[in-house]
Design a protein around this ligand. Structure first.
Ligand code: XMP
Length: 521
């Protein structure tokens, strides 16, 4: 399958993922230094290195020991490609071992912050002198370095905290420069990128737009048409903007109103994409179809399955209107397509399953156009801003594909969805008005099928309860509940109970993930 982003690769750094969770972070740091980066598992590293316009290689850390039977098999040829290599933690140990140094196995881990003393501020440590705090997390330890290397820094427990062979551009650090606990880690990685690899630092996420626009034009041709499922989320919105820039009215966006949207969502999409950007936007009113199918379903998985099925049905039906379109646009991101290595360091690359818009089936028989395939979420947001996308969309909190269905516990009726929509609107607008949304991952209301007794004025009420879910998170994989100021909570609660008929009690969800999940269903 041809993809829109295979043209004209910029010079960049290959990050070899040796099985820890840090490879993505390293790749992002390289990009923050305005240099291109790609991630590959060790089994594919050589192939990717040869395909890329390679300026340097970073070997990530990993949980394995170089002596473990299932330790990642890194091809030695990576050290012979004539480009600089930085080994981090396990990556350093591997490099030391293959270059005839010694590594001592240990079952004890050195973990946490430690101070290193820099003996030679050169190479990756250029302009970083004296003492500085770094983050260590390793078991095995280098006990002898190869002859061509010298020790650049040491800690009380680790003689070879940083080593280098300047002539060959090979460096190793036992600590993790990519994490923020390593105070000068960013500078270290910038040194590697700018000074050691000699990259000019001219790659910006904005510059990728030009490249992608050219690639889309080349792929789609002068009369090809693209259909895209626009959800109004950041990814599909930015993908739409890039494609629109490339082919204008030959991009057809389909927005499905499934009756499970938040208040004002459909109007915002119509305003931003239809009126402001003048895109060809088809808004499909399918609320009856979705809610009809969902009638009586209360099981969370059954709800999700029903919504997924209906979405495919609606999209298929509506896409037929554009029967000249042989291309399907998608907002797939880099983390969705990175091949991840087995966390125990094994070499078996597992391809993460794509989570594409509504799980569209392969048999749509259309060629994919995925302009965000090589980008991280924060880069997609930067491009959105660069292209003039309204903050209400660029900064939007994540919203699940099944929409309010997974926040309206129990039966999904139009009435209950309206009650939830109003309550949710109060939660979001109050939090944003108070400026309390900064740093929050998500903040929303959940309608519970639990009735309790209340009193309003002199009247007894018997209505449902609403839960507030407010969380902080880096990536949605783990999350902490957030303590909002009492006055703000009070205002939200008062407004919901006074203004939303159908809710007479507001409760606060104080569960973290794990063991809770962010959504209730
Ligand atoms: P959970 O509830 O699993 O959610 O802790 C983690 C993050 O994923 C979002 N989420 C979804 N996003 N389709 C999506 O695109 C879905 O079906 C879906 N379910 C959950 C959720 O909002 C949170 O940010």
């Amino acid at each position: 399958m041809t993809r829109a982003s295979e043209n004209a690769a910029p010079r960049g750094v290959l990050v070899v993922d040796l099985g820890a969770q840090y490879a993505q972070l390293i790749a992002r740091r390289v990009r923050e230094a305005n240099a291109w980066s790609e991630i590959a598992p060790p089994a594919r590293a050589l192939e990717v290195a040869r395909r890329m316009n390679l300026a340097g290689i970073i070997l990530s850390g990993g949980p394995a020991s170089v002596y473990a039977p299932d330790a990642p098999k890194v091809p030695r040829e990576l050290l012979e490609l004539g480009v600089p290599v930085l080994g981090i933690c396990y990556g350093m140990q591997w490099m030391m071992q293959v270059l005839d140094g010694d590594v001592q196995a240990s079952s004890k881990r050195e973990f946490g912050r430690t101070s290193i003393e820099i003996h030679h501020p050169e190479g990756v440590l250029e302009a970083i002198d004296g003492r500085t705090v770094v983050w260590m997390s390793h078991g095995d330890k280098v006990t002898r370095i190869p002859e061509s290397f010298r020790t650049l820094a040491s800690s009380p427990d680790c003689e070879f905290a940083a080593v280098g062979d300047a002539a060959r551009g090979l460096y190793g650090v036992q600590f993790h420069p990519e994490v923020t606990h390593t105070v000068r880690g960013r500078e270290l990685l910038e040194n590697f990128v700018w000074r050691v690899c000699n990259l000019p630092g001219d790659w910006t996420s904005g510059s990728i737009v030009e490249r992608e626009v050219a690639a889309i034009r080349a792929l789609v041709g002068s009369d090809g048409e693209v259909v895209l499922g626009l959800s109004g989320g950041v990814d599909s919105s930015v993908a739409a903007l890039i494609m629109h820039e490339a082919i204008g009215a030959r991009l057809h966006c389909i927005f499905v109103d499934n009756g499970l949207l938040r208040k004002g969502e459909r109007a915002a999409v119509e305003r931003v994409f239809g009126q402001h950007f003048h895109m060809d936007l088809l808004v499909v009113d399918a609320a009856d179809q979705f809610l009809g199918q969902l009638k009586g379903i209360t099981d969370p998985e059954a709800k999700r399955k029903s919504i997924g099925r209906e979405f495919v049905e609606v999209f298929r039906r509506e896409a037929k209107r554009f029967n000249k379109a042989h291309f399907l646009g998608q907002g797939t991101l880099y983390p969705d397509v990175i091949e991840s290595v087995n966390v125990h360091g094994g070499n078996t690359a597992v391809i993460k399953s794509h989570h594409n818009v509504g799980g569209l089936p392969e048999d749509l028989d259309m060629q994919l156009v995925e302009p965000l395939r090589e980008l991280f979420k924060d880069e997609v947001r930067a491009i959105g801003r660069h292209l003039g996308l309204a903050p209400e969309i660029v900064e939007r909190q994540p919203f699940p594909g099944p929409g309010l269905a997974v926040r309206c516990l129990g039966n999904l009726t139009r009435e209950r969805l309206n009650v939830l929509r109003e309550a949710d609107h109060i939660v979001t607008t109050e939090i944003e008005a108070a400026g309390a949304d900064k740093g929050l991952w998500q903040y929303f209301a959940v309608l519970l099928p639990v009735k309790s007794v209340g009193v309003m004025g002199d009247v007894r009420t018997y209505e449902e309860a609403c839960a507030l879910r407010v969380v902080q998170s880096e990536d949605g994989m783990t999350a902490d509940w957030v303590q909002l100021p009492k006055e703000l909570l009070g205002r939200i609660s008062n407004r919901i109970i006074n203004e939303v008929r159908g809710i007479n009690r507001v409760v606060l969800d104080i569960s973290s993930k794990p063991p809770g999940t962010i959504e209730w269903e």
